[in-house]
Design a protein around this ligand. Structure first.
Ligand SMILES: NC(=O)c1ccc[n+]([C@@H]2O[C@H](COP(=O)([O-])OP(=O)(O)OC[C@H]3O[C@@H](n4cnc5c(N)ncnc54)[C@H](O)[C@@H]3O)[C@@H](O)[C@H]2O)c1
Length: 399
């Protein structure tokens, strides 16, 4: 098999623990032997981030901006325990957050559906893709404890010190208060990312809010989406796609009734909650992919939604075999290759990426799978080790 040549590079971000072990195997056994591809590699392991005072994460994000395609391995977001474990200079922020702030995109989380693997919600036979507006709302809020009688107000002061003030509540006894915000720039970017994603993937788009209650705040989301839709309407109609706003409670009911096959644009908190609910409904973290896409749809960073799988790494460090599911990481690579193929009009590369995905799906459907998936199928289902699974896939690519 001669190697497929690729004109432009992909930014490759390596990570931590068991995810890193799998990552190197995918790169060296499934991609580079078949594709003549220049990888611009950044080591985003916690040790490397600590050495560079996290500068390497920003460098990687800026390189993705240039090359328009990035593929990222799971990385440790340090908590106090990790700071101690790795003797870190400080508690660095999540690399995904840093990259998202630089690329200003939206994260889309999508399950990989395999016929043989039972789902908790059985009739979800097409993916539900969740887009989370990861900016503002309660995540950038200010809270206040009310300890005595008094008035809580919300006040905006303009550049000329002119004030607009609203009474929130007249407290007669103890309580709590909260204020939060969002910006139109960020909501416009979110809306553009969602319409572009739906168009590229040819799936309908739904936005959920509670605009019956938040008649300015949530209504702003609806109005901005309506405004952005004006620019997409004819393309949507040409592709027989639809866009609809629905109340969040109605949308949750629809999620349970429908069989999937749509993109759901969620406000920040709703996306936080719903992406975990949907992931659980589809069954496994090892089958959940995640992409960060820029508002114009041109820049894509792909990854598996799961973490570094620490418990398996501890086994691996002791020289024991593990049964770690590499599917979501393989799909991170295949989706990055597909995006490179689309930007470069490289049909051979697109076919290779598609073939890789098909081989993975067929392998699972034939009953060769890692332990996490076997447990979902029942006690009679056999499972293979990480290394055995890689051997099976590699043999299939070659034959
Ligand atoms: N996108 C990211 O980079 C990302 C996301 C989440 C967590 N993390 C990091 O990962 C580390 C571990 O976090 P965690 O344990 O909460 O999350 P995790 O996703 O690594 O593991 C959660 C559970 O799911 C199982 N699991 C996950 N992926 C699996 C796979 N591919 N095959 C088999 N089983 C799998 C694990 O065994 C564990 O029981 C933390 O340091 C965290 O900061 C990174």
């Amino acid at each position: 098999m001669s190697k497929i040549s690729v004109k432009n590079p992909i930014v490759n971000m390596n990570g931590d623990e068991m995810a890193r072990v799998i990552w190197n195997k995918i790169q060296n056994q499934m991609i580079l032997p078949y594709v003549d591809l220049k990888l611009i590699t950044f080591d985003l392991s916690i040790i490397s981030r600590d050495k560079t005072n996290d500068f390497i994460t920003k460098e990687a994000a800026n390189e993705i901006k240039k090359q328009q395609v990035g593929v990222k391995c799971a990385t440790i977001t340090p908590d106090d325990k990790r700071v101690k474990e790795y003797s870190l200079k400080k508690k660095y922020p999540s690399p995904n957050g840093t990259i998202r702030n630089i690329l200003k995109g939206t994260i889309f989380r999508e399950p990989i559906i395999i016929e043989k693997i039972p789902k908790i919600v059985n009739h979800w036979n097409k993916p539900v893709v969740i887009a989370r507006h990861a900016f503002g709302d309660i995540y950038r809020s200010q809270e206040i404890s009310i300890t005595k009688k008094g008035k809580l107000t919300l006040c905006f002061e303009d550049e000329n010190n002119k004030k607009e003030q609203k009474l929130i509540h007249n407290f007669e006894s103890k309580g709590v208060g909260l204020a939060y915000f969002n910006t139109f720039d960020s909501i416009y970017d979110f809306a553009s990312s969602c319409f572009n994603f739906a168009l590229i993937r040819k799936i309908p788009l739904f936005l959920s809010t509670k605009n019956t209650i938040l008649q300015r705040y949530d209504e702003a989301f609806k109005e901005i989406f309506d405004d952005v839709y004006k620019g997409f309407k004819s393309k949507f109609e040409k592709n027989k796609l639809t866009y609809q706003h629905r109340l969040i409670d109605d949308m949750v009911a629809c999620l349970m009734k429908w069989s999937g096959g749509f993109l759901w644009a969620c406000k920040n908190y709703d996306g936080d909650v719903m992406s975990d609910l949907v992931a659980q409904g589809f069954g496994s973290l090892g089958l959940m992919s995640s992409v960060l896409q820029s508002p114009d749809g041109k820049i894509l960073k792909t990854e598996a939604a799961h973490g570094t799988v620490t418990s398996h790494y501890r086994q691996h460090q002791k020289g024991l075999q593990t049964s770690t599911n590499p599917i979501a990481s393989i799909f991170a690579w295949s989706r990055a290759l597909k995006h490179r193929a689309k930007l470069d009009s490289n049909l051979k590369l697109e076919r290779f990426a598609l073939q890789l995905e098909t081989i993975c799906i067929e392998t699972l459907n034939k009953g060769f799978m890692t332990k996490d998936l076997a447990l979902m199928c029942g006690p009679q289902q056999k499972w293979v080790t990480t290394n055995e699974f890689f051997e099976i896939i590699k043999n299939k690519i070659e034959n």
